[in-house]
Design a protein around this ligand. Structure first.
Ligand code: PLP
Length: 478
């Protein structure tokens, strides 16, 4: 702690008036705004992964809990001084790791205001504004994604939770058809419920299945083709009840499962079709990509993230369920002090695993309203175009691209496994861009994902140049 901060804490301890506290609040907010603006100014040009020096400086946080209250502005200043340099510049234009959106200005600014409101979006009586925005967003998203009218939407923390929420609803609905009330009786002794997933289902699908009692390992696994798409002709001959989990956007290749064929298979059975589209679902907004999502609307539920391609801040995911009232049946909780059951109203506390929850909808609404339909189509199109551009430049320069670039994901390899590893190490050492590793069909690869609204064509060209320059340095070009 700095000397002036220690003196400030002493003053606080001696007592502060409420008008003084309000002044202090304003000062802290202005400090935060200044720090945020400075951060945004420097982030495009700094190393993407923090320097060793910045990481070492994090030891400043290893301080004992202060005995006395302090000035929030001082705390903010300290946080910015030590914390900001140690962030990963994932909100900059040169981050291509995992599948990570930036924060769109509409989202970021709305987040500031929404935090100031500090609404609990669980019930309309706690936040009429959140409920009203929710109704607007539900209508827009259902229309944008071409989903059946009447589909209900709820906001959760991310795609993992969105998948888990949909699985809980599927489980309850499928077993209710067999006279079994899971919410009342649990799963012990329940009729058998089969689960079918593709070989390339995201790792968190199994986590979500485990969470809702359906088991990570008791799944029927359908083999995938060379791009990671489920081979529908290998779907097992199960009568049901059965939950089948398809995927929009394989996490390495961006490939889409054949929804029409999977829906045909489900149509003849006691089945529930769910689509995990953590990032890929947003391809549905772009008419030029309709072939990828053909049959998507035939599913019973869908999960996606808003913190990836929609570029809102963490953490924000969407679960969508075709059957009105089904979310509520799985997540309703009553108490004497809560308003009486009011089916039909948006009550997120009764439609999600959380009860109290922040108003995630504010940022989603702000981005959708700011971009509009054309802006969203543009965002999806640009991101895909940048991925294709990078893939084209790398291939022309002698690196190998291992996937069909149908969306925003590019798998890059050098002339052999050792040189691919050397290239990844060089990228991390260099710091101008960042992407992560994976293994594809047994071969190491760089997993390069374009997901941020901030990445322009110029940034994509620069990233390709950096990769090729480093590839030449480590002799990765065949
Ligand atoms: C296809 C797919 N499903 C689920 C997830 C999990 O998303 P989250 O980390 O937002 O829970 C991801 C994350 O990349 C994903 O790509």
């Amino acid at each position: 702690m700095h000397g002036d901060e220690a003196q400030g804490r002493q003053r606080h301890h001696d007592g502060a008036s409420s008008s003084g506290e309000r002044g202090e609040e304003a000062a802290a907010l202005l400090e935060a705004a200044g720090a945020a603006l400075e951060y945004l100014r420097v982030v495009p040009d700094r190393r993407v992964f923090p320097t060793e020096q910045a990481l070492t400086a994090l030891s400043a946080f290893d301080e004992p809990l202060p005995d006395r209250p302090g000035d929030p502005t001082q705390t903010l200043r300290f946080l910015h001084e030590i914390g900001s340099p140690a962030t990963v510049a994932s909100n900059g234009p040169s981050y291509f790791g995992f599948v990570t959106g930036g924060a769109h200005p509409a989202a970021l600014a709305a987040a500031w205001l929404a935090s100031t409101w500090d609404q609990n979006a669980a019930l309309p009586v706690m936040s009429p504004v959140a409920a009203r925005l929710h109704a607007a967003v539900q209508g827009w998203v259902v229309e944008l994604l071409g989903l059946p009218p009447g589909t209900e939407l709820a906001l959760v923390t991310g795609a993992t939770t969105a998948n888990a929420s949909a699985f809980a609803v599927a489980r309850d609905s499928l077993l209710a058809r067999h006279g079994w009330d899971v919410q009342a009786r649990g799963l012990i002794g329940a009729p058998e419920l089969a689960v079918v997933v593709g070989e390339h289902a995201h790792a968190t699908v199994r986590k979500a299945l485990g969470l809702v009692g359906l088991g990570r390992d008791r799944v029927h696994v359908v083999p995938a083709d060379d791009q990671g798409r489920m081979r529908a002709e290998h779907l097992p001959d199960l009568a049901g009840p059965v939950l089948v989990v398809a995927q929009a956007g394989e996490v390495s290749t961006g490939a889409f499962d054949p929804f029409d064929e999977i829906a045909d298979w489900a149509a003849g059975r006691d089945a529930w079709l769910h689509v995990d589209g953590a990032f890929g679902l947003w391809a549905a907004v772009d008419p030029s990509r309709s072939a990828l999502v053909r049959g998507l609307e035939r599913a019973d539920s869908w999960a996606t993230d808003a913190h990836k391609w929609l570029n809102v801040t963490y953490d924000s995911g969407l679960v969508l369920v075709r059957q009105p009232g089904a979310l509520r049946r799985s997540f309703f909780a009553t108490a004497d002090y809560l308003p009486p059951d009011s089916a039909g109203r948006v009550e997120l506390g009764h439609m999600t695993p959380q009860t109290s929850q922040r108003a995630r909808v504010v940022e989603v609404w702000a981005v959708l309203r700011t971009l509009g339909r054309e802006g969203l189509v543009h965002l999806v199109g640009e991101v895909c175009a940048h991925a294709r551009l990078v893939a084209g430049e790398l291939t022309a320069g002698g690196l190998r691209v291992l996937n069909d670039v149908v969306l925003n994901q590019v798998l890059v390899a050098g002339r052999d496994a050792a040189s691919t590893r050397a290239l990844l190490a060089a990228v991390h050492d260099d710091g101008r861009i960042w992407c992560g590793p994976t293994t594809w069909h047994g071969e190491p690869a760089l997993r390069f994902s374009v997901s941020s609204w901030r990445t322009t064509r110029v940034d994509a060209e620069r990233a390709a140049r950096v990769l090729l320059e480093l590839a030449r340095q480590v002799d990765a070009i065949g």
